[in-house]
Design a protein around this ligand. Structure first.
Ligand code: GDP
Ligand code: ZN
Length: 499
């Protein structure tokens, strides 16, 4: 358990909404908040709690307790005034006041969650105040003046981990929730928070621990433990390899959900690339002009369609030019296209283009959507129709738009999502984060060594034990378990050696 008490504003800054939450966690959370809290504001000008109102002596006691942090008096607070006796998980309405001036700072709801039934597994008190930086900061400053320490980023979660309430992968999932830019990324983070990833990895790790136990026992105590059967061992290692491989695959498939799918807009100059970008973003970000070659530099922004994050970029028009500045822009555009996941190839309705035009610009491994822009003269209702002329001989998806009149843009959004997901099922996925990924890869490497030597039939148990142990350690980095203790315990409990 931590010895100090920390506090921070738990709601994001500028989040709108009417309520801001301050979270206080640690051994003195209740005492500290109690010293600032009153159930009633009897007199508007002298807004103090019942007890302080009735007794100057008690007021002095409380004030000096708050000021000097005298532990005896702090613990005496609940006795001094019954209204200060917080009940766990029961919200109380009241007022936060400055114990120096006795001025009310805000009307609040206080929600105490006593250890261990709290987020950090310590005593936690949440103060729900009126949202507004000044009010929240004033309450925080009062807490700080009493000796509460400002929480470091992620410190509540770190405490939850240190206090054993959540494991490492859950702690990281919480960080991902805080950072999640989109609903879908959030869903994945949440399912991981429920412990799915840990379960899978922990199960694989347990298998390895039991195997290592067997190997080490076979080395040190051959008579009691008997010999290792390579077929069984290699089957077991194979199973854990499968777990690692599938977790890594999930990561690779869904990595885009954290970083954003890269979507590049390209095509000849003046076809409406920048206009389309602005329509998708629903704001003016890219410069639209009648002068071809305006977008020379790369313009990037974040775009969210149906909860899926994209990083969208507008590039210089592709054409042959002698202008050195434009040339640089075009080179940048090519690089950008190479680094993208999806490319929108924009062309102007009524003008011809060939599949060779596209192939000259876009590498064949990219997902391509052809956007036929400047379809202004279609009936005003419904989807825009395409002339066969517009996409002759191509099996690529085509969407007709009029960026000028903001039409066909929703269709384009739908098409982008279709192409991005490519039928992938996201809901049940469990996605490891970057650190998990490194641990998984290092586990996989060791386990593959072990597997190969087991399958070959020529292995020495010492080396095998090292590989398996490396695998266990790497997986333990995800679940937060350390290998040494487990294995010793198991050796002694299973083989009753040395009793
Ligand atoms: P970019 O060079 O490909 O980025 O093209 P811009 O977005 O800068 O647009 C070039 C010109 O085409 C501007 O004058 C736009 O107003 C115009 N434009 C863009 N989209 C449309 C459209 O759908 N219909 C018509 N008629 N003009 C458009
Ligand atoms: Zn442009």
């Amino acid at each position: 358990m931590s010895s100090d008490t920390i506090a921070a504003i738990a709601t994001p800054p500028g989040s709108g909404g009417g309520i801001g939450i301050i979270r206080v966690s640690g051994p003195e959370a209740v005492a500290m908040v109690s010293a600032l809290f009153s159930r009633r504001a009897k007199c508007p000008d002298l807004p103090v709690c019942d007890h302080l109102y009735d007794s100057d002596e008690a007021a002095q006691l409380l004030k000096s307790a708050a000021k000097n942090k005298q532990p005896d008096l702090q613990h005496a607070l609940p006795q001094l005034s019954p209204s200060f006796c917080f009940e766990s998980h029961r919200a109380v309405h009241g007022y936060i006041f400055n114990p120096e001036t006795l001025m009310i700072i805000d009307e609040v709801i206080v929600l105490p969650m006593l250890a261990p039934r709290s987020y950090t597994a310590e005593d936690v008190v949440e103060i729900q105040a009126h949202c507004g930086h000044v009010v929240l900061q004033a309450i925080l400053n009062l807490l700080f003046s009493m000796g509460v320490r400002p929480a470091e980023p992620g410190e509540f979660t770190k405490r939850a981990f240190l206090n054993g309430r959540i494991d490492l992968s859950q702690a990281e999932a919480v960080m991902d929730i805080i950072n999640a830019r989109s609903v879908k990324a959030l869903k994945i983070a949440v399912s991981q928070g429920l412990g799915h990833l840990r379960e899978e990895i922990a199960a694989a790790r347990n298998l390895l621990v039991s195997l290592l136990t067997q190997i080490e026992a076979a080395i040190d105590f051959p008579d009691e433990a008997g010999e290792l059967i390579p077929e069984d061992a290699s089957a077991l290692v194979g199973k854990t390899i499968d777990t690692c491989v599938s977790a890594i695959e999930k990561y690779e498939n869904a990595g885009f959900l954290r970083e954003g799918i890269k979507l590049a807009i390209c095509g000849p100059p003046n076809v409406g690339k920048s206009s389309i970008m602005n329509r998708l973003l629903e704001k003016e970000c890219s410069i639209v002009t009648e002068i071809p070659g305006t977008t020379r530099d790369l313009i990037e922004d974040h775009l969210n369609i149906n909860g899926i994050p994209f990083v969208i970029s507008d590039t210089a028009g592709m054409h042959t030019t002698d202008d050195p500045v434009e040339k640089i822009g075009i080179e940048k555009a090519r690089k950008n296209i190479r680094e993208s996941d999806i490319v929108l190839f924009v062309h102007e309705a009524g003008t011809s283009f060939s599949i060779e035009d596209i192939n000259g610009i876009i590498p064949s491994d990219k997902k391509i959507i052809i956007v036929c822009n400047k379809k202004d003269n279609e009936p005003l209702q419904g989807d825009l129709l395409l002339d066969n002329e517009d996409f002759k001989g191509s099996s690529l998806p085509v969407v007709a738009t009029s960026a000028l009149y903001n039409r066909g843009i929703d269709n384009l959004r739908k098409k982008i999502v279709d192409v991005a997901l490519g039928g992938m099922e996201l809901s049940s996925s469990v996605v490891p984060n970057t650190r998990h990924m490194h641990s998984l890869k290092s586990a996989l490497e060791s386990l593959e060594y072990a597997h190969r030597s087991l399958c070959s039939g020529f292995f020495d148990e010492e080396t095998l034990a090292i590989d398996i142990r490396n695998g266990i350690d790497a997986l333990g980095e995800i679940t937060g378990d350390s290998a040494g203790v487990d294995i010793l315990e198991q050796i002694f409990s299973r083989f009753c050696i040395g009793k």
